[in-house]
Design a binder for this molecule. Sequence first.
Ligand code: MSP
Length: 649
Amino acid sequence: MSDNTPFYVTTPIYYVNDKPHIGHAYTTMLADTLARSHRLLGHDTWFLTGSDEHGQKVQEAAAARGVPAQAHVDEMVLRFQELWERLEITHDDFIRTTDPRHTKVVQDILQDLYDRGEIYQAEYDGLYDVRSETFITEKDLPDGSSLANLPDHVKVIQETNYFFRMSNYQEWLIQYIEDNPEFIQPDFRRNETLGFLRKELSDLCISRPKARLSWGIELPFDPEFVTYVWFDALVNYISAVGYKSDDAQFARRWPVQVHLIGKDILTTHTVYWPTMLKAMGVAMPKTIFAHGWWLSGRDKMSKSTGNVVNPLDYADRFGVDALRYFLIAEMNLGQDASFTEEVFIKRYNSDLANDLGNLTSRVLKMVHTHCDAKVPKGPTALASGSEEAALWTHVQQAVEQMDHQVRSMRPDLGVAAVMTAIREANKYIGARAPWKQAKEDDKQPLYDTLYVALEALRVCSALLYPVMPAKMTALRNQIGAGEALPVVEDLRKYGQLAVGTSLPESEGLFPRHQKPKPAPEAAPKADPKEKAPAAEQVVTLDEIGIDDFFKAKLKTAVVREAEKVEGADKLLKLQLDVGGESRQIVAGIAQHYSPEDVVGKTIVIVSNLKPATIRGIESRGMLLAASKGKQLTLVTVDADEFPSGAKVG
Ligand code: MSP
């Protein structure tokens, strides 16, 4: 049943200076998966992400490049915005801390707290950690250093600053956390915060003198100072949804259902933020959920070690949905998880290429061959005690588990339950042996098997849709469920696929990938039991040899004719002349070029690509184009008289 329950989810706002890495991508994909699940449930969903754009590091980076700070952040933020587009992120809003809608609210809050005596001025004499931009005490110094032997990033400073009376709220906060177990999750993180609160809480320094840092939001009551980055950044969660600017929107969205954060920013979110909200008189978030870290193998990812995983590398090689699937399936939320290419390929091959891919291709091949590519008529009801009923029970368990586990913030277990149902469906196919049933005169048992398997795929593809939106939409289209969003109510009902629906040509969704070659010195002995993977698509390493490059035969081609592909708004069908030979290719450029635009152009194609069938149309080759964000331009050869069919490279 769809209802209007509001669901507001946030990610941390990312430091704009950083190059987006797998940690950023993870939290954002997780939020996206949750948002998509809640949208399917009909909940009034709002998904916020954004960028944290003030502070010392940004000021320094802009100065080093010799550009104004605002111009610097305007450029840097695009890296995040483009990545989110690429990763199919469906945020409803992207807030930047340099947006006037945000800076104004921060200033209003500061003025209000100052007027009410919650903020006061005092001398500060102590240690300052330049790296984390925080004031620290002697206890916080790294091992091996002391007041007499400070590390380079810690300075002794003496300055006037403004402080927020955070200490006033210590007792209240402890009580609130104890009374509301869902407030900080997982439980062990709640205990961590309570542990932190056993020490006396000091007041929070919320200003920085402009003489030291000018790139920040000016204090409305003292223009010599800017706001401390965290006091600025945390406010994004309310400034973006109308706090002090749009009461109706704020009442609709706040309190937030879940702030998703990484474990390293627990204190700022579970101590600073609640006390700030309390002082403002704003309701508490329902849940602050801290997930663990992605490690590179067993090591922390760090720029200096050079082991940071770039999400785009994986999206490019395996597809965005495979990356989304891996991140959601592999991490037990709360714990750290290990990211390696080997684990990635293993899970990809076993879950996606084998279990789901095999089920889909076996069933669809039989439907295309024996049912005239139409959804066959299966049993109208499932006889109790039958193999069909047993499979349906597994599928229904997956529905229940997904619902329960997403609510419990264990989407990995939800996904695992769906994979169990998929494996059961494969077993069912094995037991029913439709290839044998196809040889019988009476075809009804065959139709029954295939229909029930299609129904299992219908439900499983809907359950996996929030994790792999593009692939599951393609799969649902291939099984005759259409391209529309899955309807949650239909998941519990058997027999929703309309008998007689014509199925489009099907393509493999998850080609198998080869395991990466181990480094020579670490090469284990070949395991003779291991089957050779199908050579459909071979993973390339980041660097390739010249021989690899020359495997692709690039040639010039002249576009003779072009037309739109019916029912596919991204595709153009092109007739090419490649050195006298005619060729047809299907290219995803229709949103950038009209047919008239491309006719007559000399383009570059990969001429030795295996033929593929796209939307039922044969495509022999692939054209080259350059793309950035939403822009795309064809690679063309600039010479009127230049012959087609010439070698490029
Ligand atoms: N700007 C602050 C957040 C302000 S929110 C009001 C910030 N930004 S960040 O870009 O450094 O980090 C954003 C998030 O990425 C944090 O939640 C952090 O835990 C997460 N991750 C950074 N590295 C990570 C991994 N290796 N794995 C998983 N998440 C990690 O902090």
